[in-house]
Design a protein around this ligand. Structure first.
Ligand code: 6PG
Length: 251
């Protein structure tokens, strides 16, 4: 089911948290560890809270999980805008995750291009990939979608949308007057599983454009994650789905 509609943000958090545990348990059973890339933004907070408390905190061997991020803002870890900082407070500290399992993007770096290349080396090392080869295969990449149709920090009409041969880049985002570190689609689309979590009426117009508008991936980058790839699943709440055509709103 590429697009699943759930009642509200709370149901989205529950469904997403159970999906993380389900994918994680399969990864541990098959490969003995779970490589997950967390999403930024505010939507994941409620999902983190469910993962950090019983029963889900007891449903996965968290000591075998390697944590990455699909993007990071150009801020230090202590900033309220830090995706790492949000996950640290809402998930990693509550679960007692060890520093060696945590691989944060250094958004505060003065040289973001070097930070992106360093992260690619970290991904290659932890995931056991050839730095000069194909992107590593993460078990799960969690993503959100902005009200402009961006995902990760792959914003409309930005250079990172068309980058090839890279896994992580520093992307100029003129609409936000900033640069951000982000996974590329090349890396995202190698993952065994991708879950895109979208909640709220403010996302409804973009979600309709992404899922039922004309093909315009530079206008709506999240369109790169639609279609019938069974590895990619969208979890959206009714408010976000409110502008979808009936054919998609069966959820
Ligand atoms: C970020 C995210 C970004 C986010 C969407 C949705 O760094 O902001 O990676 O892609 O997922 O903007 O954000 P919300 O969950 O806050 O709506």
């Amino acid at each position: 089911m590429p697009l699943r509609i759930v009642a509200d943000a709370s149901a989205l958090a529950d469904t997403a948290a159970h999906a993380v545990v389900e994918v994680g348990r399969a990864a541990l059973a098959e490969r003995g560890r779970f490589l997950i890339a967390l999403s930024g933004g505010s939507t994941p907070r409620a999902m983190h809270a469910r993962l950090a408390q019983p029963p889900l905190r007891d449903a996965l061997n968290w000591t075998k999980v390697e944590f990455f991020w699909s993007d990071e803002r150009s801020v230090p870890p202590e900033s309220p805008d830090s995706n790492y900082g949000m996950a640290l407070a809402t998930l990693l500290i509550p679960l007692g995750i060890q520093p060696a399992q945590i691989h944060r993007l250094e958004g505060e770096a003065s040289d973001l291009d070097a930070a992106a290349q360093s992260y690619e080396r970290t991904l290659a090392s932890v995931a056991g990939a050839d730095p000069r080869g194909r992107p590593p295969v993460l078990d799960l990449v969690l993503l959100g979608m902005g009200s402009d149709g961006h995902t990760a920090s792959l914003f409309p009409h930005t250079a990172a949308l068309d980058v090839t041969g890279r896994w992580v880049v520093a992307n100029d985002v003129p609409q936000l007057h900033t640069r951000r570190l982000t996974f590329t689609f090349e890396l995202i689309l190698r993952a065994r599983d991708v879950r895109v979590l979208v909640a709220g009426a403010d996302k409804a117009a973009a979600l309709a454009s992404v899922w039922s508008g004309p093909s315009a991936p530079h206008d709506f980058p999240s369109q790169r994650l639609t279609g019938h790839d069974p590895r990619i699943a969208w979890l959206v709440d009714r408010a976000a789905a409110s502008a979808l055509p009936a054919s998609l709103a069966t959820g």
